[in-house]
Design a protein around this ligand. Structure first.
Ligand code: 0L1
Ligand code: MG
Length: 263
């Protein structure tokens, strides 16, 4: 079927249903092989409108597939972005599995902005000047695709596998530490299962925000004041199951602990 014939709104509703019902779906590109990356971002945007219409407002952006290792693990060659909404932010330290399909967790650094960022030619200085504070974060990703099998277009249309996120209790000055040098270890049930450093995120997490501004500018969009940005996984994502205990040591940004529960 040709792209022109694709009803992007219907596909956004289809993705939304699978996200809400926590039911796996087939790749959209199986049925629509002509789906373009631009179509996929439009589906994501229409999904954002559906969420907004039920009162789940957008509060930020996430960057995904920001490390070569992650890109290679899913066979995609570029970073992607997704939309974060109010209902995704979890304030307590319980990762509840109900409503999720096959969740994985990954440590990230979040930036919270105080000024608008818009445009293709931003510099690290622009990003730092617009940043209010930074926080350690854990993202929960939960691809809705069967067997985690998807193309770039599919994963973009599924809002970059966004599901939930946790922010640390402590905010830090943007100048607190060198984020690219920051070592991070992810523990599951007391064992280190992943480790990395901030440099895994496009060389430095600040570059992830430059890339985000660049990518959304193609659609005339900007990063707004007050928004939270998840800059990308510092390590590979790790599967979680009922009763797992997850701890992330962010070095000088402190530690975060999560208890995984069935409901
Ligand atoms: O946050 C991310 O890096 C998005 C990952 C999307 C692909 C996946 O679900 O593994
Ligand atoms: Mg992520």
């Amino acid at each position: 079927m040709k792209t022109k014939a694709i009803d992007l709104k219907k596909l956004a509703e289809h993705v939304d249903r699978h996200q809400n019902d926590a039911v796996e779906m087939e790749k959209l590109t199986l049925q629509y092989p002509d789906l373009s990356v631009e179509d996929a971002y439009k589906i994501q945007s229409l999904w954002g409108e559906l969420a907004g219409a039920r009162g789940d407002q957008m509060i930020g952006w996430k960057m995904g597939l920001t490390s070569r290792a992650k890109q290679e693990s899913v066979g995609v060659k570029e970073p992607i972005y997704g939309r974060l909404t109010q209902s995704m932010e979890v304030a307590d330290r319980k990762l509840r599995l109900n409503g999720l399909i096959h969740p994985r967790v990954e440590p990230e650094v979040a930036f919270v902005m105080k000024e608008e960022l818009k445009g293709e030619n931003l510099t690290p200085r622009d990003i730092w000047a617009a940043t209010d504070f930074i926080m350690p974060a854990v993202e929960v990703i939960d691809s809705r695709y069967k067997n985690f099998s998807f193309t770039l277009e599919d994963v973009v249309a599924d809002n970059a596998s966004s599901s939930k996120f946790f922010l640390g209790d402590q905010a830090y000055s943007p100048y607190h530490t060198s984020l690219s040098d920051m070592p991070v270890s992810l523990y599951k049930n007391g064992e280190v299962v992943q480790s990395g450093s901030g440099a895994a995120v496009l060389g430095h997490p600040v570059r992830s925000i430059m890339e985000l501004a660049n990518m959304i500018n193609r659609f005339g969009l900007s990063i707004d004041p007050g928004m939270v940005i998840l800059t990308g996984g510092i390590t590979e994502a790790v599967h979680v199951y009922d009763e797992d205990e997850i701890e992330v040591d962010f070095g000088t940004l402190g530690k975060m602990k999560l208890d995984v529960t069935a409901s």
